[in-house]
Design a binder for this molecule. Structure first.
Ligand SMILES: NC(=O)c1ccc[n+]([C@@H]2O[C@H](COP(=O)([O-])OP(=O)(O)OC[C@H]3O[C@@H](n4cnc5c(N)ncnc54)[C@H](O)[C@@H]3O)[C@@H](O)[C@H]2O)c1
Length: 250
């Protein structure tokens, strides 16, 4: 069978790179998507050109899903049957997040839009092709912050990541009968650009509570996503996989 096509958002980021690397091990063709065109092209250069390509776009833009679909069609690849919604933001000023009393409405709306609403927009763009093929996999990146009390992640990020779990269950219910699964991943502390921007004392506090004694790696997160996107994961839907080194057991 012709290789299935996977769309990975936030593909220029740390975890995005691990996802692409692991999807390649599952023989997928991959479209890397990111808003940062420069870092995206640099990231894509690490991978074989006949199997991995890249398109820069803002996933918060309602037309992005259609643009990505057209791009895939222009390559002559199969329509996307795998969507990995990995892109996410955690706005900070001087390493600090805005609390409930300070967060501007603009920052609140933007965080919810990129972290949650964009997942719905992309799912809407690709589900019709998945329905037509009778097979699909959607994997949404939540966070430990969306699962339980993590203290200082800020209300906008926490709310967006909790919302991801609701959206995941809703899509899982609505499309299971078409062979489409939808699951979430809730990472704990991962060694990444996002966590290196944390104040050192906060990073240490998160690390101290991680039972395995180290941050997770992009490869470990990527392997979880690639498994949930595999043929063998067809009986898993509506689930949230906690990948947090034992930081919390839910
Ligand atoms: N790193 C961690 O410890 C951690 C923990 C919990 C959850 N997560 C989640 O995992 C996912 C990946 O995190 P990461 O650590 O790799 O982050 P990262 O900052 O390294 O990568 C995120 C990528 O998303 C891209 N992006 C942001 N806004 C976008 C937009 N509007 N359109 C397209 N692309 C956009 C960025 O350019 C960046 O390349 C995120 O959803 C994050 O919330 C990460």
């Amino acid at each position: 069978m012709e290789k299935r096509t996977a769309v990975v958002t936030g593909a220029a980021g740390t975890i995005g790179g691990g996802i692409v690397e692991q999807l390649l091990r599952h023989s997928r063709r991959i479209v890397m998507v990111d808003i940062d065109g420069g870092r995206l092209n640099e990231a894509a250069e690490r991978f074989p050109r006949d199997k991995v390509t890249a398109i820069d776009c803002d996933i918060g833009d309602e037309s992005s899903g259609a643009r990505i679909r057209e791009f895939i069609a222009s390559l002559g690849w199969r329509p996307a049957e795998i969507l990995i919604n990995n892109a996410g933001i955690s706005p900070r000023r001087n390493g600090q997040v805005a609390g409930a009393l300070e967060v501007s409405l603009e920052e609140w709306n933007h965080t919810i839009h990129v972290n949650l609403t964009a997942m719905l927009l992309l799912a809407r763009a690709f589900i019709p092709d998945m329905k037509a093929s009778g097979w699909g996999r959607i994997v949404n990146f939540s966070s430990r912050a969306g699962r339980t009390n993590v203290g200082t992640s800020g209300p906008a990020y926490v709310t967006s990541k909790a919302g991801v779990l609701g959206l995941t269950r809703s899509l899982a219910c609505d499309f299971a009968s078409y062979g489409i699964t939808c699951n979430a991943i809730a990472p704990g502390l991962v060694d990444s650009a996002m966590t290196r921007a944390l104040p050192p004392e906060r990073f240490k506090m998160l690390l101290d509570g991680t039972l395995v004694g180290r941050p997770g790696t992009a490869t470990e997160l990527g392997a979880t996503a690639a498994f949930l996107a595999s043929e063998e994961a067809g009986f898993i839907t509506g689930a949230c996989v906690d990948v947090n080194g034992g930081r919390s057991m839910l």
